[in-house]
Design a protein around this ligand. Structure first.
Ligand code: SF4
Ligand code: SF4
Length: 479
């Protein structure tokens, strides 16, 4: 066996050591990937999405509905307000539905278009690109940033680094305040925080999320996507040969190599050169530092930056675009991508089904709940006029956001008398304890335990009152 197997050493993240020129001056193992800026259609698309979702994130907690914060996840009061909808611990199943729908939506999108969530919508990517933008604006282009890091500390380096970190911390703080504003009223949160009058826990969580944002988007960046986020690991289970992902057309690109711009494409092809001019731009713009020419890698977040970079190169070379593109394995092999396939249809059907059930759950959900507590000590008592009396406490939960008046009725208990208040006014989101008793002539009782029901109806909704009914028991064991 004298023939040698050609071995190619592939490192997903090339490293740059600012102080060691003998290495490829591109990346550094733990400190930083120097991402080069890129322009193009996908970059514009990502900016649009990033800006859109970031604006939503920043604006939503400031919206008002019925005179209070429209979206507020109030853990203290154990209720989530989402516009007109108030969710209680009892509505946890609804939260489970929402998570299931979100999971199937992710499965569906990933099977169809790979990790587009990661590349275009994930907060980690959005915030990382915002941080990179500040880095570029303050420290300069990729090349300048590399030179700056190689230099010893001087005044110019000091002020640039200081300003960058101030900007990063500022964004992190605003992000953290906005995020905490989803859990505590945001209007007072900002004022109290900057007047140093917030509670210990509010300050703790704001600082905690500031640190998380600063650490993730400023320092960890691709490490979060490649080593921590579990999604990168299980995404391959959803991929198939028809999934659209960012891929390099090796057949067209190889054999790669530099060439003069004056030499025509055909002449290059005649000497065995493919369309890749080996400029490395696709690697330099990659936020996770990989070389897409090495094939599909789990580090790829499908951001399309390499597509834009390579298309720019192809344009300059007068070559057709698309050497790197969003494509499928089938298409790369010369076939036609099959859009409607069993896995995608399956995910789609489950997604539709789950979404339908979620909508049904929300629509059919009653904004009123009733719990009955039977007083068992004593189990019953005899009144002065010979009636048997049972005592109950009705817990009326007004799950709406406005004050409601309710009236209590007793059904299926012949000859009863209701003693005590049978009406209650309950504020939005409050539980009202209504004690009352039922008295009955023992002649009307035929068994030790008689089943009947309490019905609570809203008074102010004449046409279609909100009502709930709960079964209870009237006890007279000495019968
Ligand atoms: S390989 Fe391309 S699409 Fe994948 S992460 Fe890098 S730049 Fe983005
Ligand atoms: S940007 Fe395009 S031409 Fe340049 S190295 Fe990457 S694949 Fe080759």
């Amino acid at each position: 066996m004298s023939e040698r197997i050609p071995v190619k050493n592939i490192s997903p993240v090339k490293v740059h050591h600012p102080d060691k020129n003998k290495h490829d001056n591109t990346y550094t193992p733990r400190s930083r990937i120097y991402v080069r800026s890129v322009s193009g259609m996908l970059e514009n698309f990502r900016r649009f999405f990033g800006l859109f979702f970031m604006s939503l994130f920043a604006l939503i907690p400031w919206l008002q509905f019925n005179g209070s914060q429209a979206v507020l996840f109030d853990f203290g009061a154990q209720r989530f307000n989402i516009f007109g909808l108030t969710l209680w611990p009892q509505d946890l199943t609804l939260l489970a539905w929402i998570l299931i729908v979100a999971a199937f939506a992710l499965f569906f999108v990933t099977t169809f278009a790979g990790r587009v969530w990661c590349g275009f919508m994930c907060p980690q990517t959005t915030w990382t690109f915002i941080y990179i933008w500040f880095e570029q604006t303050i420290e300069g282009s990729r090349h300048k940033r590399m030179k700056l890091d190689e230099r010893k500390m001087d005044f110019d380096k000091l002020w640039r680094k200081t300003l960058k970190h101030i900007a990063w911390v500022g964004i992190a703080l605003l992000t953290a305040l906005t995020f905490v504003g989803y859990f505590t009223p945001i209007d007072t949160l900002f004022i109290e925080f900057f007047y140093f009058s917030s509670s210990f826990w509010v300050v703790f969580w704001v600082l905690f999320f500031t640190l998380c944002t600063y650490g993730n988007a400023g320092w960890m960046r691709e490490i979060m996507c490649t080593h921590i986020c579990p999604y990168a690991r299980f995404q391959s289970a959803m991929f198939d040969k028809d999934t659209f992902t960012v891929a390099y057309n090796a057949e067209r690109g190889e054999k790669r190599g530099p060439r003069g711009r004056k030499v025509s494409r055909e002449e290059n092809q005649a000497v065995g050169l493919g369309d890749c001019i080996d400029c490395n731009l696709c690697v330099q713009v990659c936020p996770t530092g990989i070389d897409i020419r090495n094939g599909l890698q789990y580090e790829c977040i499908n951001c399309g930056a390499c597509v834009d970079a390579c298309n720019g190169v192809m344009e300059k070379m007068n070559y057709p675009k698309g050497l790197i593109s969003f494509t499928s394995e089938t298409e790369l092999a010369g076939g036609k991508t099959k859009i409607l396939r069993p896995k995608l249809i399956g995910y789609g059907i489950v997604l539709l089904l789950m979404s339908g059930l979620l909508v049904f759950e929300i629509v059919s959900r009653k904004p009123l709940e009733l719990d009955i507590i039977k007083d068992r000590v004593p189990m019953y008592r005899e009144t002065g006029n010979g009636l048997i009396e049972n005592v109950f406490t009705l817990k009326i939960l007004n799950k709406s956001q406005i004050t409601q008046r309710y009236r209590v009725y007793v059904d299926n208990l012949e000859g009863h008398t209701l003693i005590g208040e049978n009406e209650a006014t309950v504020s939005g989101g409050e539980v009202f304890n209504l004690p009352l008793s039922i008295a009955i002539n023992p002649k009307n009782l035929t068994q030790e335990s008689t089943e009947f029901s309490f019905r609570v109806e809203s008074i102010d909704h004449d046409n279609s009152p909100i009502k709930v009914q709960e079964i209870s028991k009237f006890l007279y064991p000495d019968l």
